[in-house]
Design a protein around this ligand. Structure first.
Ligand code: GLU
Length: 465
């Protein structure tokens, strides 16, 4: 087969939502898997509802997901001359005609058709009139009256539509603006798109689109209609179920790779594998394993997967995603070995980046904030002696290796006749302000000698009042 060419054509009438992101991903992954091309097209012909803010929000979400495109972004509003050319082609070949019926007349036809048990249709009044363009004329497609139009869907199988139930739909309105079903087909033909994966809310548009391809003598693309994403009550995912905007998940602290893993699994499978890196997905994604039944969005599963990705990712990969959360808390953290060290101590205990930023706070606090109960319980006069000794031992260590640290602690414990836990908790509170934290030695290694000694000394001072 020729190079696979897929596309993602969002209508900029709102932010990028979960379902749209999944469609984008499927097309992007399939293009990457097959070393094909992926096109981004902004379907902004509905000028009433399209906004620049939505365009920006869609770009922002795609950027976060790290979905890149090989062509575009195209904007349909900049392509009217191309559409005009194709309208003319259809008029010239007798596949389209001008119609002067008023909207009221068309409404009446629809009503009448419904009264006699039929589908609401235009009745073909102007079909053979050979009218010329007039002030209020629209252009209609001359659809086949009999037979069937078959959608051979790679996901749903064949779906047969009776042509008698479809009508001569408008392809250009009286104000010259071409209609949705028309421009989608023209763009897909003009851009060489040969694989169309989209939500199954578009199934009913497809027979009309197929008829246009045929009238233009163009080759049909492969169509695949993906079932909608559902909420936990099995109705279509909407705001009632929680956040539906992709960037809301960024702001909650999800890693983009975890989010795409989850979205892809919500409609595609590879045996019973749940965890996929981005590279894994590119390697394994195919159309055959897109499921026929709708995926149910489950935040708990997404959280669990996020935790797995946070744990598995190299710390350097987490850095750019964690930084905004630290900034938000007012810490001027920087990318580099220190932050990577911090992440290493927290990546096995954080479900989200937000949690990780909470857990990382003590590393960045200039003046450590002690938890009141922790202080009461652990920073007591009884630990003055061993803490002072520990400070002396640590001061004598040249470089903080795990071995040297263990030896220093062992010495203090032995001479004080204490168990490790008796000193570990006070040290923990001295270094982190809290009773729960990553392992003491891990923390000490990350903080480094200077910070550790200064924090231990501050704790001594605190106990001494
Ligand atoms: N612009 C359409 C939408 O946002 C997509 C059309 C298509 O995929 O053919 O739903």
């Amino acid at each position: 087969m020729n190079k696979i060419i897929t596309r993602f054509p969002p209508s900029p009438t709102g932010y990028l939502h979960v379902g749209g992101a999944r469609t984008a991903l499927f097309n992007w992954l399939y293009a990457r898997h097959t070393k094909g091309r992926f096109i981004l097209r902004i379907e902004d012909t509905d000028v009433q509802r399209s906004t620049q803010a939505s365009v920006d929000a869609i770009f922002e979400a795609l950027k976060w997901l790290d979905i890149d495109w090989d062509e575009g972004p195209y904007f349909q509003t900049q392509r009217f001359p191309i559409y005009q050319e194709y309208i003319q082609k259809l008029l010239d070949s007798g596949h389209a005609y001008y119609c002067s019926c008023t909207p009221e007349e068309v409404d009446a036809m629809r009503k009448k058709a419904m009264e006699t048990g039929g589908k609401p249709k235009y009745d073909g009044t102007c079909r053979e009139k050979k009218l010329s363009k007039g002030e209020n004329t629209v252009v209609r497609f001359k659809a086949p009256l009999m037979g069937t139009t078959v959608l051979e869907d790679v996901i749903k199988g064949n779906i047969v539509f009776q042509n008698s139930e479809l009508d001569d739909f408008v392809i250009q309105r009286s104000d010259g603006v071409p209609t949705y079903n028309f421009v989608v087909v023209i763009d897909d033909i003009a851009m060489g798109v040969n694989t169309v994966i989209r939500g199954d809310d578009h199934v009913n548009n497809t027979p009309r689109q197929i008829q246009l391809y045929k009238a233009l003598g163009a080759q049909l693309p492969v169509f695949g209609h993906v079932p909608m994403v559902l909420g936990n009550d099995r109705t279509r995912l909407s705001k009632r179920h929680g956040a539906t905007s992709v960037t809301a998940y960024r702001d909650m602290g999800f890693l983009p790779d975890a989010f795409i893993n989850y979205l892809v699994r919500l409609g595609w499978s590879h045996g019973d594998q749940e965890f996929f890196t981005r590279e894994d997905l590119i390697e394994k994604f195919n159309l055959e394993n897109i499921g026929r039944s709708a995926g149910v969005f489950d935040l708990e599963k997404l959280l669990a997967l996020n935790a797995d990705h946070i744990k598995a990712a190299p710390p350097a990969k987490i850095v750019p995603h964690l930084l905004p959360f630290l900034k938000e808390k007012g810490y001027e953290a920087e990318a580099g070995p220190y932050l990577e060290g911090v992440i290493k101590t927290l990546n096995a205990r954080s479900k989200t980046l937000k949690e990780m930023a909470d857990g990382a706070e003590f590393y960045f606090q200039e003046n450590l904030i002690y938890d009141e109960n922790a202080v009461k319980k652990f920073l007591t006069p009884a630990v003055l002696e061993p803490l002072s000794q520990l400070i002396a031992e640590l001061e004598a260590i040249e470089t903080f290796s795990e071995k040297a640290l263990e030896a220093a602690f062992a010495k203090v414990l032995e001479s004080a006749g204490l168990k490790f836990s008796k000193i570990a908790q006070p040290v923990r509170v001295a270094l982190t302000g809290k009773t729960v934290s990553p392992g003491i030695f891990e923390i000490i290694e990350v903080l480094g000698k200077e910070q550790v000694l200064s924090r231990l000394k501050n704790a001594l001072g605190f106990i001494n009042g």
